[in-house]
Design a protein around this ligand. Structure first.
Ligand code: SF4
Length: 323
C-alpha cells in the first residue's frame, strides 16, 4: 500500500459468477489502493480476476456476476460495491477506463476528432471552446489534430488508435485512469512509448493509474506498488521494490522466476498447472494444487494477509511472522 493518502481504495471485494445453476467465487476479498500520481500494478494470469475486479469496482460488473461484498473509496467517499448502479453513477466523473485493442473500442463510423468531441459533448464544454479542447487533447497524447482528426480508425495505426482512445479517456479530466492491458496490441517500441507517456501524465498532472497487466517485467519498470492476483485472490501486495527484491509467496516467486532477464540470463521455470476456477464455498489456499510447498495446513482455510517486510503476503509459510 502507498504511504500517501489513497485516492482510490478497494476493500474486501468479493464476486461470484452465476451461470445456469453453477455459482463460482471468482474474486475473493480483493483489496488495493492507489495514491495520486502513482502507477499501481495489478498482475495475474488470464482468468485470475483482474479485469472483473476493476470493472466491478467502478460499477460495471457484467450480467452473470454477483458482487457479494466490498467497499470502494474514491475522493473520500465510501460506497458499497454491491450497489453497482450507485457506484457507476458516482464514479463516472473522475475515473476513466482504457482498454486493449483501441481500434475495437473506437467507433468505425466516426472520425477520430469527432470521437473525442463526443466525449466532450457529455460535459458542459462551451461550443466555442470545443474544437480548441479537441486539439489540445490530441496534442497531449502526442497527435496532430489537423493531420489525424478527420481520419477514421481503420486509416490510422494501432499506436495512434490507442492514443485517440487515451484522448477520449482524458477528455473527462479524470483523477484515476484504469488501464486494462493497454499495450497488449502494440509492438514493443510503441508499447514503451505509451507507458512512458502514461508515466509523464502521472508526474505532470498527478493522475493515478491502475495498470492491469499479465506482463510482470513491464509492470516492474513503471509501477511503484503491486498486487499479485491468483484465482481471484491477492497473494502478495505492497511496495514493488520489496516484492521484486525478495518475493515471498510461492506464486510470486514462480512468476518472477519465469521473467526473462537479458542482463543475467537464467533458466526460465514455468509454474505448473493452471489457474483454478473454484466453487463459491472454497475455503483453502487456491494455489495449493500448484504449490511445491503445499501441506495439509494449507487446506485449513483461506490464508489471511500477513504484513511483513514491506508487503502483505497470504501464505501459511509466514504465519509465524504475524506472531
Ligand atoms: S498457503 Fe500453502 S499451498 Fe498456499 S502458497 Fe502457501 S505454502 Fe503454498
Amino acid at each position: 500500500m502507498s504511504a500517501d493518502a489513497p485516492l482510490f481504495q478497494i476493500d474486501g471485494l468479493t464476486i461470484d459468477s452465476i451461470r445456469a445453476d453453477r455459482r463460482r467465487r471468482i474474486v475473493q476479498d480483493v483489496s488495493l489502493c492507489v495514491a495520486p500520481g502513482q502507477i499501481y500494478g495489478l498482475v495475474g494470469e488470464s482468468g485470475s480476476g483482474k479485469s472483473v475486479s476493476m470493472m466491478a469496482s467502478v460499477g460495471l460488473a457484467t450480467t452473470g456476476l454477483a458482487v457479494q461484498a466490498g467497499t470502494v473509496r474514491f475522493g473520500g467517499v465510501v460506497q458499497q460495491a454491491v450497489d453497482q448502479r450507485g457506484l457507476k453513477q458516482n464514479l463516472s466523473h473522475g475515473i476513466s477506463l482504457l482498454f486493449q485493442n483501441a481500434k475495437g473500442a473506437l467507433s468505425p463510423f466516426l472520425a477520430t476528432g469527432a470521437q473525442v468531441g463526443r466525449v466532450l459533448d457529455r460535459q458542459a464544454i462551451p461550443r466555442a471552446d470545443r474544437e480548441a479542447r479537441i486539439s489540445e487533447l490530441f496534442r497531449v497524447v502526442g497527435l496532430n489534430h489537423a493531420d489525424l482528426g478527420g481520419k477514421y480508425p481503420h486509416q490510422i495505426s494501432g499506436g495512434q488508435a490507442q492514443r485517440v482512445a487515451m484522448a477520449c479517456a482524458l477528455a473527462t479530466d479524470p483523477k484515476l485512469l484504469i488501464a486494462d492491458e493497454p499495450t497488449t496490441a502494440l509492438d514493443v517500441t510503441t508499447e514503451r512509448e505509451m507507458l512512458r507517456f502514461l508515466k509523464r501524465l502521472c508526474e505532470d498532472r498527478g493522475l493515478a493509474i491502475i495498470l492491469v497487466a499479465h506482463n510482470l517485467s513491464l509492470v516492474s519498470e513503471y509501477c511503484s506498488g503491486l498486487s499479485i492476483l491468483h484465482a481471484g485472490q491477492v497473494v502478495e501486495d505492497g511496495d514493488l521494490g520489496a516484492i521484486f527484491d525478495e518475493p515471498l509467496h510461492p506464486y510470486t516467486q514462480g512468476l518472477i522466476a519465469a521473467v526473462p532477464d537479458v542482463d543475467e540470463p537464467h533458466e526460465l521455470i514455468p509454474i505448473a498447472g493452471s489457474v483454478w476456477g473454484g466453487s463459491a464455498d472454497i475455503d483453502r489456499c487456491r494455489f495449493s494444487h500448484r504449490c511445491p510447498f503445499a501441506m495439509p495446513r494449507c487446506d485449513a482455510g483461506i490464508p489471511t494477509g500477513i504484513r511483513t517486510r514491506g508487503r502483505n503476503v497470504h501464505c501459511v509459510l509466514y504465519d509465524e511472522a504475524a506472531s
